[in-house]
Write a protein that binds this ligand. Structure first.
Ligand code: MN
Length: 253
């Protein structure tokens, strides 16, 4: 089975290297990843300048790998359309340094790498180590190999991907919970500072504040030490409002 691996932390990121090491024991792996960090680039694609592709030998001679001066979505598009003449069976994006929980998925380059796979008709998984300080790449990679096997045997419905967050745990057990996206907002987002010339600038950061009371929320599950597996669908249409909206009088003066 052929696995396309990408990420948003860049081709040198340790999470990517651990993932490739584990996946390549079980599958035929190709890596196409950004040449630098592209976190929080969401689903951006590069259309106003050319994309450069450089072969990368850092995974050994048996694993074809390319680095791109573009986003995770660029990488998956290029891999599927231009760099490989054979079809991939699945796309895996990660392992990200830090969580992609709740609303994070809308900004995440990791999740978008997987989404681009789904857009191209492939099953896809996004994987994040939920603690950037103590990233559990080992546990995340072990679990991802299991999950890829499951997805390849069971398949995923159309336009659907799996978003996985792995907390730091010390056992070889996999406490897994199937989850929904939780509610996550960031507080104290902007740090206002002064540069050496006396001009003010803002640096975006912030601390996550999770407000889900739903026990099935990914934010809650990871907090409780579970690996969260959230099925995500590409169709953002609100079915509830779709019907109600039809009764609005748009032409009323
Ligand atoms: Mn990242």
């Amino acid at each position: 089975m052929r696995v396309l691996v990408t990420n948003d932390d860049g081709i040198f990121a340790p999470g990517l290297h651990t993932l490739v090491e584990f996946l390549s024991d079980a599958f035929e792996v190709t890596v196409v990843a950004p040449d630098r960090e592209m976190s929080a680039m969401s689903h951006a694609i590069t259309v106003t300048r050319p994309l450069r592709v450089t072969e990368y030998g850092g995974f050994g001679s048996k694993i074809p790998a390319y680095m791109i001066d573009g986003t995770p979505s660029d990488c998956v598009k290029l891999a599927v359309d231009a760099l490989s003449d054979r079809k991939f069976d699945i796309v895996v994006s990660g392992i990200n340094s830090g969580p992609n929980l709740g609303t994070d998925v809308l900004y995440s380059g990791t999740v978008s790498g997987a989404i681009e796979g789904v857009i191209n008709g492939l099953p896809a998984i996004a994987v994040s180590a939920a603690s950037a300080e103590k990233p559990n790449y080992y546990g995340a990679a072990l679990f991802t190999v299991k999950l890829v096997k499951l997805v390849l045997s069971k398949g995923l419905p159309e336009d659907t991907l799996l978003n996985v967050n792995v907390p730091t745990f010390s056992t070889d057990q996999f406490p897994v919970k199937v989850t929904r996206l939780g509610k996550r907002r960031y507080i104290n987002v902007f740090d206002k500072r002064t540069d050496p010339r006396g001009r003010e600038y803002y640096w975006m950061a912030g601390d996550p504040h999770d407000s889900s009371e739903d026990d099935d929320a990914d934010t809650e599950a990871v907090q409780q030490g579970y690996i969260s597996v959230t099925p995500l669908h590409l169709d953002l249409t609100s079915d509830a409002l779709f019907k109600d909206l039809q009764s609005w009088s748009f032409d009323e003066k």
